[in-house]
Design a protein. Structure first.
Ligand code: TPP
Ligand code: MG
Lengths: 346, 325
């Protein structure tokens, strides 16, 4: 199931946190883990499908970047994380929020610009936060979250706690100047941060090979002595296994590490993307051969850990949660204009 | 004459300048093969090829750095920064480099480049993709700052910007890309630093920029029809250089001044104009200068909140009517 361009991890031997690269699929999941992964990934997928529909109906405006296809990345990592570990990402953030345990109703209500949204309608799709769930946003400026995530790790180290910052960014964002600055500082100060590069092969309409001189993003830390690994980001088991090793590496005080997640987004960059830069066949091939959710479903059925009926039930439960969120977000009132003036300053 | 959208005017303007001067090169994110995220650069890659129309990585500092480096040797780069909010990501090159190299080098270094960028609100994009930041550029000595409100002005002012020997920050308004307007055939070249009186009037002057120009015009029609107040509407078009002659001349005639600004209130361009008019024409004024602006807030994403913060036709009509009563 490895992606076509999935290569062996190349890290300097002395700095390799593991014996073997985690790009191979991780250890088998027990039944409960498979079911958890399935449920979480399905919840994100159905939530995103619903967001797409609601955007089409005009209930959601502005930007709306769907995470469909990439679910295994955030779900696998969340399964490896401990309470207190933080996440920060860019604008393709709905999946991260749901995986963090944020309430789908509050996320959806922010998408529709209503008063019960996580940011009371003032943030929108790209800008939501939950301190309670250790989710630090939701950032619209490509690359900005990379230095902020480094700062989360700085604080963890300063407080001598054992939390790790999982700082997510895209293949496109990897070409921002502040990424290099952050890498250097993080390694210099041995900050507990995992740089999760979600390589979904495109940055808007530009493919990785058209924008990047070094297309193996796991190597982007080499000149800073930051180890990196390429991980099959479509296989939730591989993601979880890589996450566990990387978290251990960080918690042991070894400094930052890069996990390049080889993944794929099925939908356009945002809702207004005609996606002329790739073929329908390419998308179809990924969907039919590597879909992260199908992989789990197939395993569950093949190993007779679940029946078709069981899986249908899970899907129905997930759909009910999503429908409830959509219903809520459609009928929640608009924000009161007096909200405009709150929280500009303390 | 042909009817053209504002977005098609952008690509026609770039094509006009690239066709006449081989030193003009164009670089930015998704401007080439994809035709631009606002589809304002469609066809240029096909026509001028990948050497002159360069898709770049998402590296704003490198984009402006490369543009300026090339400009110092005499090329005339056009650099696109996709959203004007991202000017902050590469602000060093804007504030410390391109604006100052001529001055610091005793005039040896030149910086004939244009930074085009999509400015302004109206699309529910929230606080990091909707700002009107023309004042960020206006405050820096050594830059020219332009913001057209119609397709014809896009072409004429853009051509002037490309041919200008100084760095020009060219603000296109993202809510105007779909706007249609008559555009003359053939080459169009306008003059930087010139405002335009779009509607003559005798009772009050309303000065507006970019998206606010249309709203000011509509408000002026309503003020005349419903309240008998005859407003002169000026499209500033160019903040640096600023056409003070046009503005002061109008105030001398109408004796009242209103500005309609999309930027947050503090340090908006209208404050500078108010200060100039107060200095130069205080005794021409029959009443206070009134600024109609977005409040001093980050921009919210929700439909109703975004709509209520931007100056509307209603707000302009009400404000002018009340102040003139
Ligand atoms: C500084 C900055 N430059 C450009 C953009 C416009 N932009 C938004 S998303 C994007 C592509 C990012 O691609 P990638 O990092 O691969 O993330 P993906 O969308 O694939 O998740 C671009 C160019 C931006 N938001 N911020
Ligand atoms: Mg990408």
């Amino acid at each position: 199931m490895a992606l076509a361009n999935n290569k062996q991890a190349a890290t300097p031997a002395a700095r390799n946190p593991s014996d073997k690269p985690s790009s191979a699929s991780g250890p088998e999941f027990a039944k409960e883990q498979e079911l958890l992964a399935l449920r979480e990934m399905l919840l994100i997928r159905r939530f995103e499908e619903k967001s797409g529909q609601m955007y089409g109906m005009g209930l959601i405006g502005g930007f709306c970047h769907l995470y469909i296809g990439q679910e295994a990345v955030v779900v696998g990592l969340k399964m490896a994380m401990q309470d207190g570990d933080q996440m920060i990402t860019a604008y393709r953030d709905h999946g991260h929020m749901i995986a963090s345990g944020m309430d789908p109703k509050g996320v959806m209500a922010e998408l529709t610009g209503r008063r019960s949204g996580y940011s009371r309608g003032k943030g929108g799709s790209m800008h939501m936060f939950s301190l309670e769930k250790h989710f630090f946003g939701g950032h619209g400026i490509v690359g900005a979250q990379v230095s902020l995530g480094t700062g989360l790790a700085f604080a963890n180290r300063y407080r001598k706690n054992s939390s790790v910052s999982l700082t997510f960014f895209g293949d496109g964002a990897a070409n921002q100047g502040q990424v290099a600055e952050s890498f250097n500082m993080a390694e210099l100060w041995k900050l507990p941060v995992i740089y999760v590069i979600e390589n979904n092969r495109y940055a808007m309409g530009t493919s990785v090979s058209r924008a990047s001189a070094q297309t193996d993003f796991s190597k982007r830390g080499l000149s800073f002595n930051i180890p990196g690994e390429q991980v099959d980001g479509m296989d939730v088991r591989a993601v979880k296994a890589a996450g566990e090793k990387a978290l251990k590496w960080c918690r042991e005080g070894n400094g930052p590490i890069i996990l390049e997640m080889l993944t794929y987004r099925y939908r356009g960059h945002s809702m207004s993307d005609p996606a002329k830069y790739r073929t329908k066949e390419e998308v179809e091939k990924m969907r039919s051969e590597q879909d992260p959710i199908e992989q789990v479903r197939t395993r569950l059925l093949a190993k007779k850990l679940a029946t078709e009926d069981d899986l249908k039930k899970i899907d129905a439960q997930v759909r009910a949660i999503v429908n409830e969120a959509a219903e809520f977000a459609t009928h929640d009132p608009e924000p009161d204009p007096s909200e405009l003036y709150t929280d500009v300053l303390a | 004459m042909a009817e053209l959208t504002y977005r098609d005017a952008v690509s026609r303007a770039i094509a006009q300048e690239m066709a006449r001067d081989n030193n003009v090169v164009f670089l930015g994110e998704d401007i080439g093969k994809a035709g631009g995220v606002f589809k304002a650069t469609v066809g240029l890659y096909e026509r001028f090829g990948p050497l002159r129309v360069r898709d770049t990585p998402i590296s704003e500092q490198a984009i402006l750095g490369a543009a300026m480096g090339a400009a110092m040797t005499g090329l005339k780069p056009i650099a696109e920064i996709m959203f004007s909010d991202f000017l902050a990501v590469c602000f060093d090159h804007i504030a410390n480099e391109m604006a100052k190299n001529r001055y610091m080098s005793n005039g040896q270094l030149k910086c004939p480049l244009v930074v085009r960028t999509a400015n302004g609100a109206g699309s529910r994009f929230g606080a990091q993709h909707s700002q009107s930041v023309e004042n960020w550029a206006m405050m820096i000595p050594g830059l020219k700052v332009v913001a057209p409100s119609s397709p014809a002005d896009v072409i004429g002012l853009f051509a002037a910007a490309v041919r200008d020997p100084d760095p020009v920050i060219f603000f296109e308004h993202k809510s105007l890309y779909g706007m249609k307007g008559e555009v003359p055939d053939g080459e169009i070249l306008d003059t930087l630093g010139t405002a335009k009186i779009l509607r003559p009037g005798k009772d009050a002057t309303i000065i507006a920029l970019a998206l606010m120009v249309g709203r000011a015009m509509e408000a002026a029609e309503r003020l005349k029809a419903e309240h008998g107040i005859d407003c002169e509407v000026i499209d500033v078009r160019s903040l640096v250089p600023l056409d003070t002659r046009c503005i002061l001349g109008s105030v001398a005639k109408t004796h009242r001044l209103f500005t309609v600004e999309e930027n947050p209130r503090l340090c908006g361009w209208g404050a500078e104009i108010a200060s100039i008019v107060a200095d130069e024409s205080f005794y021409d004024l029959d009443g206070p200068i009134v600024r109609i602006t977005t409040p001093h807030l980050p921009l919210p994403a929700a439909d109703n909140l975004e709509d209520v913060v931007l100056p509307t036709v209603d707000r302009i009509v009400d404000t002018v009517k009340r102040s003139m009563a």
